[in-house]
Write a protein that binds this ligand. Structure first.
Ligand SMILES: C[S@@+](CC[C@H](N)C(=O)[O-])C[C@H]1O[C@@H](n2cnc3c(N)ncnc32)[C@H](O)[C@@H]1O
Length: 288
């Protein structure tokens, strides 16, 4: 078979108890990921390779282990699920973000394991704008913190907040697939009780008069500008707003729309910026 260029999947069917050994052998050929699918009496390992020669070598090595069946399959990327073949563990301190079909790596003290299947939503944890916000969470969350994640996507930020002990996290997103992805990921991480997700609009949250100790918004700059008034209004008087998704040389234009809030922290990475802003102290507020 001419596998040509592009991704190749090695599909290996193994018997009970053999998956770990075979996966260890496949890992020696540097796949981007190995997915494990279990049925009653068999396990199928799907290893994604960007190098067809490595895939062929891995298949040969698996065959030598007398497994039940080995196939080499070129990956057809339908634009929706092809990413799964090369999904990888992401370290976004203090989180280690692991797709559920991969084995978690060795963890060091202080790291938090975060299982994440974004399905068709945004938020694998690999994008700098997500990572910048994840990095800010530790210093902003206590056991009483309430969090609103505007544009929660896969729920990665909401779940990160919950894993750090936030009292309650509400995620909202215009993407109709986001609430189910967020809820599934929250349950996967054991924080289903504290993470809630819906397609409620930010305007409706603001109109209801709800405020949060921490508001997260990893959105594009024009969306942040459009939502600025409502973003500012849902931040509790002693709370914090973290906006991300801004280019590092343009963040001041976007945050300028967040009138009434002052910049408390600027975090930069790979040309992106995440800005933390807080309401003014009580004595500086109008009518105080
Ligand atoms: C860059 S992704 C961030 C996903 C995730 N929070 C993360 O940090 O990886 C932006 C998300 O915002 C959502 N979004 C865009 N406009 C929105 C709006 N007006 N209100 C709520 N969500 C919005 C998108 O559907 C998308 O899921």
């Amino acid at each position: 078979m001419d596998l040509g260029r592009g991704w190749t999947r090695v599909v290996v069917e193994v018997g009970p108890g053999e998956a770990e050994l075979v996966a260890d052998v496949l890992w020696q050929f540097a796949p981007a990921a190995i997915e494990e699918q279990d049925t009653a009496d068999t396990t199928v390992l799907l290893a994604g390779f960007d190098d067809p020669a490595q895939a062929a070598a891995a298949a040969t090595a698996a065959q030598a282990l007398s497994v039940r069946n080995v196939q080499l399959v070129p990956v057809t990327d339908d634009g929706l699920d092809g990413w799964r073949a090369w999904a990888a563990v992401e370290r976004a301190a203090p989180f280690v973000i692991v797709p559920p079909w991969l084995h978690p790596p060795a963890m060091v003290p202080g790291e938090h394991l975060l299982w994440m299947d974004p399905a068709h939503t945004f938020g694998s944890g690999s994008h700098p704008t997500t990572r910048l916000v994840l990095g800010r969470l530790v210093s902003l969350i206590t056991s009483t913190t309430t969090v609103l994640d505007v544009g929660c996507g896969s729920g990665v930020l909401a779940i990160g907040a919950a894993l750090l002990g936030a009292a309650r996290v509400d995620g909202i997103d215009v993407d109709p697939e986001s609430p189910s992805a967020t809820k599934a990921n929250a349950q996967r991480n054991g924080v289903g009780a504290s993470v809630h997700a819906s397609t409620a609009s930010l305007a409706s949250v603001a109109e209801a008069g709800a405020t949060y100790d921490l508001v997260l918004a990893n959105l594009l700059a024009p969306v942040i500008v459009e939502l600025a008034a409502d973003l500012a209004s849902v931040v509790a008087p002693t709370g914090m707003l973290v906006v991300s998704g801004l280019l590092s040389d343009q963040w001041e234009q976007a945050t300028g729309a967040l009138t009434g809030l002052t910049v408390a922290d600027v975090a930069l990475s790979d040309g992106w910026a995440a800005i933390s802003l807080r309401p003014p102290p009580a004595h500086e507020r109008p009518n105080s």
